[in-house]
Design a protein around this ligand. Structure first.
Ligand code: SF4
Length: 329
């Protein structure tokens, strides 16, 4: 039997596809990742982002029996229990599957290859699922439901690597967070808390435990809604006392329910605190021109060399807009 697995838009190895690979290999199948022959007996496609859905649908013309899943396709779709219970297949992904997806930026080819190798070898999974909050812009509450424990840190380790990609939706809300972080530290693991931490829930104990583990990337968190300013700043201050600020990054959602003045306010507040901001437009596919420019100004680090009003793409966008208005008049 030939089984095709298509990772349509992921940047890191896809846990569901890795489990499907294990399951079908156990049943004697030959597995194809992304380059799937037309005569495959079964084809599964994972779609993470809603904006990929229409393009992914076109695969039905090639594979009439294709089965879709993933957050971008249907948040209620689940793997069958017998697949969910499988370990991920760490041999599914090759460097060339991940490299093109992380290829942006100015790093050398050699360091990108090294990064891709680290990512494909890393243990990956959830120790808990669900969240204690219900943020209106987030798919986690309807998809994952109530917070619950699902596995241990040990369960997530790939013996071939000391890196673990933790997919937990809200590790800071976990009553076992400190114990899990201590286990990560004591096992000498390097962790990528890929979904970030909820800095509003940080305690001195969690902050201390976070500071004692090795992180693959920054310790990241988000300031999305204006109403949480006090808790966010308090959390940042608690964390900053234990984990150096250069290790932090704060995501800022824009275009959901904040004004541009509020976006600028959050940016200024974070930089005053010495925290690196990173902007995430709510409408990632079609952000407004202003949001697009604001994200470019901050994420491209141009805010360190000029004011937003002087940022060339925004100056150009305004010029084009006023030219269009004068043509209409
Ligand atoms: S805290 Fe994070 S994971 Fe939980 S609902 Fe809000 S955005 Fe989603």
């Amino acid at each position: 039997m030939k089984v095709g697995l298509i990772d349509f838009d992921g940047k890191i190895p896809n846990l569901a596809l890795m489990k499907l690979s294990t399951y079908y290999k156990q049943h004697g199948a030959e597995i194809f990742l992304n380059n799937v022959p037309k005569d495959a007996d079964k084809v599964f496609c994972s779609v993470l982002f809603t904006w990929s859905k229409r393009k992914a649908e076109q695969l039905q013309q090639v594979y009439p029996n294709i089965e879709y899943g993933g957050t971008g396709w249907d948040i209620h779709k689940r793997l069958p229990a017998e697949v969910e219970n499988c370990n991920p297949d760490y041999e599914l992904y090759m460097i060339e599957d991940i490299l093109p997806r992380i290829n942006g930026g100015i790093a050398s080819k050699e360091s990108k290859v090294k990064k891709a190798q680290t990512i494909i070898d890393a243990g990956i999974g959830f120790t808990s699922r669900g969240c204690v909050r219900k943020c209106g812009f987030c798919f986690v509450p309807p998809k994952e439901g109530e917070f619950r424990q699902v596995a241990t840190i040990e369960d997530l380790i790939n013996p071939e690597s000391n890196v673990v990609i933790l997919l937990d939706n809200n590790i800071t809300a976990d009553p076992l967070a400190v114990d899990k972080l201590h286990e990560i530290r004591d096992r000498g693991l390097v962790v990528d808390i890929s979904q970030g931490i909820d800095v509003r829930l940080i305690t001195p104990e969690i902050a201390q435990a976070l500071s004692e583990v090795k992180h693959l990337r920054s310790i990241h968190y988000a300031w999305d809604l204006m109403g949480f300013e006090k808790q966010i700043i308090e959390g940042i201050n608690i964390l900053s006392e234990r984990a150096k600020k250069w290790r932090h990054m704060c995501f800022m959602l824009i275009g959901y329910n904040t004004t541009f003045e509020e976006d600028m306010y959050r940016y200024r507040k974070l930089t005053e605190l010495g925290i690196k901001p990173y902007v995430m437009p709510y409408n990632k596919q079609y952000p407004s021109k202003k949001h697009h420019c604001f994200a470019g100004w901050i994420n491209g680090r141009y805010h360190t060399v000029c004011e937003f009003e002087e940022y060339e793409p925004w100056v150009k966008a305004q010029r084009e807009c006023s030219e269009q208005i004068s043509m209409v008049i």
